[in-house]
Write a protein that binds this ligand. Structure first.
Ligand SMILES: C[S@@+](CC[C@H](N)C(=O)[O-])C[C@H]1O[C@@H](n2cnc3c(N)ncnc32)[C@H](O)[C@@H]1O
Length: 411
């Protein structure tokens, strides 16, 4: 249970403030979800050392870390939980499978589906399920079923589900999730596609699934049978980490990359500008969608400030065996920032020009569209051919096709 004598606000006041904020931000858009957030005491699911203020901030709470210090479990940020509840289109009486437990989100789901609904929550970590079980029991949700199980197998015992809500980053869609979904069911899943994670709302369409909604998000990575981590390479000592989420790219020889960023660079600027405080998500996914070796740079801001990537955590980069070009940006004036490309290595010039061309294509054809069409094809089905730009992510159980159309027509 979170909170201490130092708290300046009661949990009731803090919860009311959070819900008011989520309503004002447009994150909560239905009375049922609002009621759930007003009722479920988030602080009773949080660790003891988290203050009431922090518990009811619109932010993630880390609840467990692995030996490397990385988070392995957390209570997701309220704004994202609210949006995922809406995405799942939950109705009273619905049967729901939550993959990735903690207790709090399962309690929210239980509130929304009501006494005639059915909620099952699974987690691979027995510590997490034990904690979730205890917190659910003590807060009035003993009817929520909690089990220790791997996401890969789902939970056939309580299927079929009207909604499967995955609260851990996936890179693939195991057959169990589709098999256990009711015919009109909805699968909400944070799917990593070449390093870009989008929480997709997937529905059945003949033999495959299509995304009817997509939210940029981040989650702790999947462990167990479906684990599929990105490859990380240290560059320039360990000032920079190159993250590669692409089996083809992994076939390249990246040993030569380790010192590429130590050398001289070229820089070139596109004609494309952006107003301050706008989202770069569409451009990032577009750059990842190219048939070119691609990675993302995580740059240490203190040690490598000179690199000036557009994004310090996940900056899009085009690669060859020995060269690298990444997205950069500079301020022109109060109203505009300009995109550019910075290249290192013997092939920096063509690589840099290629990145500028891609930025121009995005600006011309895709910047003001609703985004790509995303569809998941289970093994045994294949995406139909298209002449539109497309990223195909082939995994063990499924293939995801991210197709960029220049109009609203869908491939
Ligand atoms: C973000 S947390 C879940 C948050 C939770 N739904 C809440 O109430 O906010 C993600 C969870 O996924 C779990 N997880 C990771 N890999 C898994 C797997 N293969 N199967 C089931 N759970 C897994 C982790 O142990 C972690 O507890």
């Amino acid at each position: 249970m979170a909170g201490s004598a130092l708290d300046t606000i009661s949990d009731d006041e803090a919860r009311a403030r959070l819900v008011d904020q989520l309503l004002a931000d447009g994150r909560i858009t239905s009375p049922a979800v609002e009621r759930a957030f007003r009722r479920v005491p988030r602080h009773l699911f949080a660790p003891d050392d988290v203050s009431i203020d922090a518990t009811y901030a619109d932010d993630v709470i880390i609840t467990k870390r692995g030996p490397d210090g990385r988070a392995t479990s957390s209570i997701s940020a309220p704004w994202l939980q609210a949006m995922m509840l809406h995405a799942a289109r939950l109705r009273p009486g619905a049967r729901v499978l939550e993959i990735g437990s903690g207790g709090y989100n399962a309690a929210l789901i239980a509130e929304v589906v009501g006494p005639h609904g059915n909620v099952t929550s699974i987690d691979i970590d027995p510590d997490v399920t034990a904690q979730a079980r205890a917190a659910l029991d003590s807060t009035g949700y003993p009817h929520v079923q909690v089990a220790t199980a791997d996401a890969e197998t789902g939970r056939p015992a309580a299927a079929p589900y009207d909604a499967v809500i995955v609260t851990v980053e996936a890179s693939d869609i195991p057959p169990a999730w589709i098999d256990q979904l009711a015919p009109e069911g909805i699968l909400v899943v944070p799917l990593r596609m070449r390093g870009n994670t989008r929480c997709l709302t997937l529905t059945r369409e003949t033999n495959h699934l299509i995304a009817i909604d997509s939210i940029v998000c981040g989650f702790v990575p999947m462990r167990g049978a479906a684990a599929n981590s990105v490859t990380r390479r240290a560059l320039r000592g360990d000032d920079v980490t190159l993250c590669i989420d692409d089996p083809d790219t992994q076939a390249l020889n990246f040993d030569a990359q380790t010192s590429t960023l130590n050398g001289p660079h070229i820089e070139a600027w596109s004609a494309v500008t952006t107003p301050p405080a706008t989202s770069f998500d569409s451009l990032h996914l577009w750059l990842a969608s190219q048939p070119h070796p691609y990675g993302q740079l995580a740059v240490d801001r203190d040690r490598a400030a000179d690199l000036e990537p557009q994004n310090w955590v996940a900056c899009p980069a085009l690669l060859t065996d020995d060269s690298i070009t990444y997205l950069t940006i500079r301020r022109l004036d109060d109203t505009a920032w300009q995109f550019g490309a910075r290249g290192y290595g013997p092939h920096a010039a063509p690589l840099t020009q290629h990145l500028l061309d891609l930025i121009a294509d995005w600006d011309r054809h895709h910047r003001n569209t609703p985004g790509p069409h995303i569809a998941v094809y289970p093994n045994g089905t294949i995406p139909p051919p298209t002449d539109q730009p497309r990223l195909v992510v082939a995994r063990r159980h499924s293939t995801t096709a991210i197709t960029w159309t220049t109009s609203r027509s869908r491939a």
